[in-house]
Ligand binder design. Structure first.
Ligand code: FEO
Length: 177
């Protein structure tokens, strides 16, 4: 079993990851409302990825014979004043998630739970990538400024992100269901 203090924090992280998915789905809805369908698509892909993150923590608890408790989620935000504000929020949110992963590492080390280290090491690497991506796109949106044509070009580029096959967030996966 996982030490109780770490198990509690891992359960909270399941919630944090699912809240991330929920936040990115709100972002997708916002971008759809602006006809920025490429950015909406990118956010739906991200919601898929966040759900997988939650499953990784859930499976780890289950594999270690520790109870999974799904906690109440909150919706952090549903409205933004601009695409720039949204992307900056996404970057800030990923920084928050990184801080939660760092806390998990600290607790795992305090509790000498070495079996959690491979999973947490994966998340440390993942958060470097997640922060870098959000920071890069935020910077690009900032550079776009008031140029609608540049915004549309960036929207097209972000629309090229691929869903994993069969993702329930991909309209093609349920079009014929
Ligand atoms: Fe699962 Fe974007 O952190």
């Amino acid at each position: 079993m996982i030490p109780q203090r770490l198990a509690k924090a891992l359960n909270e992280q399941i919630k944090n990851e699912l809240e991330s998915a929920y936040l990115y789905l709100s972002a997708a809805a916002y971008f759809h409302s602006l006809s920025l369908d490429g950015m909406a698509h990118w956010m739906r892909c991200q919601a898929h990825e966040e759900t997988i993150h939650a499953m990784k923590f859930m499976d780890h608890l289950t594999d270690r014979n520790s109870p999974v408790t799904l906690l109440d989620m909150i919706q952090h935000k549903t409205r933004w004043i601009s695409p720039l504000e949204l992307w900056q929020d996404a970057y800030a949110h990923e920084q928050f998630i990184t801080s939660k992963i760092n806390e998990l590492v600290t607790i795992a080390r305090d509790e000498k739970d070495y079996q959690s280290e491979p999973l947490l090491a994966w998340f440390i690497s993942e958060q470097i990538e997640e922060e870098a991506t959000a920071a890069k796109i935020s910077g690009e949106i900032d550079m776009v400024g008031d140029s609608k044509s540049a915004l549309l070009m960036l929207d097209r580029e972000l629309g090229g992100r691929a869903f994993p096959p069969g993702s329930p967030f991909d309209p093609l996966a349920y079009a014929q269901a």
